[in-house]
Design a protein around this ligand. Structure first.
Ligand code: C2O
Ligand code: CU
Length: 634
């Protein structure tokens, strides 16, 4: 009994029911101590004092626990309650107002699985220790097996919680990852810029990123609008864009689909450090290929794009808008529950007169759900041609009747049609979804209706009844064949890219890890190439989801889908939409040295690990990703 007045220290030496409390508290404390010790190394590198704090608390808890089990006293019970409550108190401050010291004083930290589990264990343990100190153990029951049985639940619980918390801590966000560490003789990505020639005319813009209220919602915008301003530049011009960061966080600008020098690619932690709040940076490249592109932040991409940091980029061909009287950009955005077009919910109206030729540059920036399904807009009221995909022209495009054009997140399609003699033409957005499970079918999970549409011209539209059920456009058999040197060349490298997912703990959180060749970013080994090589990628989708796999800085030639070679026009794209359980073969010429992102453009999937890089031999980066630098490209 912990009853100093009568028989000091003797009673608790024999197992009693109080022993159950004692052993339970001891087991939980030991578990918490192990968690503290497991997180100490990371804290030591981040901030010495924090690391020492965890080392001290962890060791102290182990020493005191051993002592109290050997020789239970009220004093020890109180000391243990205090060593358990101290880290809980520090945790509460750090997660609410922020600690006054540390790498980021006064800034609250995020809550993780590890710390929650550890706190729960310590709170239970300290309650038990306090209870022991106040109401010491009774002498009446002294059977060892009863105590053992009574302590079994806490033993199991403590072991399970410790294992989960430690594994979460071990899989915590990487402190620092370098996509290609510098070695002797390597060229830094920062040097991969495009020398200015005197004659180039310039197209200059400023994009100011800031917080703006749009339709009553706080959005992150470029120049106050969502989407950001459409940048129209002329092919062959030098494009110079200054990014001014008025956001509360760091950001970057990435030029999606543009083949530009690596240093201008805008990927935080790979080609630059993210631009801190209050600062600015300038991007410069020559717009060599005409076509439809877009731009967006590539720092915390999943959150920042969703908040509104994106816009259209159109490179007009020097030969002008020859075939078109009207040239409109139609950007689909929002999320799969609510799609807007060019900032308009419901119906966007565009002018067009009978007989005019219209080009619509469709860009899909809609954030899809977990299945990654594409938007599939359908044009009704006039036959049309798909003249370009991802900004690159198709050869001899055929005229199509009502056809849904699937666009994975990030993909573009240019469609051209002639306005009918009377009435309007409509573009109606529909959605494709991944394979539905039995349970989803049972609960009627199907395609949610879309409201977003575009009306061109005046008068009634001749909408056929089943437009939303129209056949899907198939890029593997459209237009007519033409020479594609990259597709014909013998590959120097062939790499398999296997896409999969499974539940696991990553970045300290349980999530549906999305893997490339069995690993999640940052552990996916990069694909190494040498300048001048022809690279084949054999992409296999082992999931029931869609993965628009996007390669920066290069053009992919489509070779085959599900093992069948494409039949029509050559297809040159920067994202290949890999549907549920499909395989695609694509080729590219390694002609643009650098460290280039290759990732699923379903940003949720990329954030869950479906991301890697294509690394050129001899190129290194001085930038790093991870918690230390704050460069978080996913
Ligand atoms: Cu649209 Cu890696 O980006
Ligand atoms: Cu994906």
């Amino acid at each position: 009994m912990i009853n100093a007045a009568t028989k000091p220290h003797s009673a608790l030496r024999r197992p009693t029911f109080g022993g159950v409390r004692l052993y339970s508290a001891a087991l939980l404390t030991l578990g918490a101590a192990l968690i503290h010790l497991a997180v100490a190394p990371d804290h030591l590198t981040a901030y010495l004092a924090f690391g020492l704090f965890f080392l001290t608390i962890g060791s102290l808890q182990i020493v005191l626990t051993v002592e109290i089990v050997a020789k239970p006293t009220r004093k020890l019970a109180l000391a243990l309650a205090a060593t358990s409550l101290a880290p809980v108190a520090v945790w509460c401050v750090s997660r609410t107002v922020g600690l006054p010291i540390g790498p980021t004083p006064g800034v609250p930290e995020g809550i993780g699985l590890t710390d929650v589990i550890c706190n729960v264990m310590e709170i239970i343990a300290s309650v038990l220790f306090l209870h022991l100190a106040v109401r010491p153990a009774r002498l009446s029951v002294r059977r060892v097996w009863l105590v053992a049985l009574g302590s079994l639940p806490s033993a199991l619980l403590s072991a399970a919680m410790t294992a989960l918390a430690v594994s979460a801590a071990m899989s915590g966000m990487a402190e620092a990852v370098n996509a290609a560490p510098p070695t002797v003789g390597t060229t830094s990505v920062a040097k991969l810029v495009e020398a200015r020639t005197a004659q180039e005319p310039e197209d200059r813009f400023t994009l100011t990123a800031g917080v703006t209220t749009v339709d009553g919602q706080d959005m992150w915008t470029y120049n106050g609008t969502v989407p950001g301003p459409e940048l129209r530049v002329t092919q062959g011009h030098r494009v110079q864009v200054t990014l001014v960061n008025h956001l509360p966080e760091s950001t970057t600008l990435h030029w999606h689909g543009v083949t530009l020098p690596n240093a201008e690619d805008g990927v935080a932690g790979v080609t630059q450090d993210a631009v801190p709040a209050g600062q600015s940076a300038t991007y410069e490249f020559v717009a060599r290929e005409a076509g439809t592109y877009w731009y967006h932040s590539h720092q915390q991409t999943e959150q920042q794009v969703q908040r509104g940091l994106f816009g259209a980029l159109v490179v007009e061909s020097t030969s002008g808008r020859v075939a078109q009287d009207r040239d409109y950009t139609v950007m689909l955005h929002g999320n799969s529950g609510q799609v807007s077009i060019n900032g308009v919910l419901d119906t966007l109206h565009l002018n067009a007169r009978p007989g005019e030729t219209v080009r619509l540059r469709l860009i899909n920036a809609v954030v899809p759900g977990m299945d990654g399904g594409p938007e599939a807009p359908v044009l009704v009221g006039a036959p049309f041609r798909v003249v370009a995909l991802d900004g690159r022209d198709l050869h001899a495009p055929d005229l199509l009747g009502p056809t849904r054009v699937p666009l994975g997140m990030g993909q573009r399609a240019d469609v051209v049609f002639t306005m009918p003699a009377a009435g309007s033409v409509q573009l109606i957005d529909t959605e494709e979804v991944g394979e539905t499970s039995f349970v989803q079918k049972l609960f009627g999970g199907g395609k949610p209706p879309r409201l977003a549409s575009v009306t061109l011209g005046e008068g009634p539209a001749s909408t056929p009844p089943n437009a939303t059920e129209a056949p899907l456009f198939d890029l593997t058999r459209y237009g007519s064949p033409d020479l594609d040197p990259v597709a014909l060349a013998t590959p120097d490298v062939t790499t398999s890219i296997v896409l999969d997912k499974h539940p696991a703990v990553r970045d300290g959180r349980p999530e549906l890890v999305h893997t490339i060749n069995g690993e999640a970013s940052p552990n996916v080994p990069p694909i190494t190439v040498a300048e001048g090589q022809i690279v084949h990628l054999h992409i296999v989708n082992n999931t029931a989801e869609y993965h628009p796999m996007h390669l920066h800085g290069h053009v992919l030639s489509v070779l085959a889908k599900n093992g069948v070679a494409i039949e029509g026009s050559p297809v040159h794209i920067d994202s290949v939409l890999v549907g549920p359980h499909e395989t695609w073969d694509v080729a590219f010429a390694a002609n643009n040295p650098g460290i280039w992102m290759f990732h699923c453009h379903v940003l949720l999937h990329a954030g869950m690990g479906m991301m890697t890089t294509i690394n050129y031999v001899g190129v290194s980066t001085p930038f790093e990703m991870g918690a230390r630098s704050g460069n978080l490209p996913e």
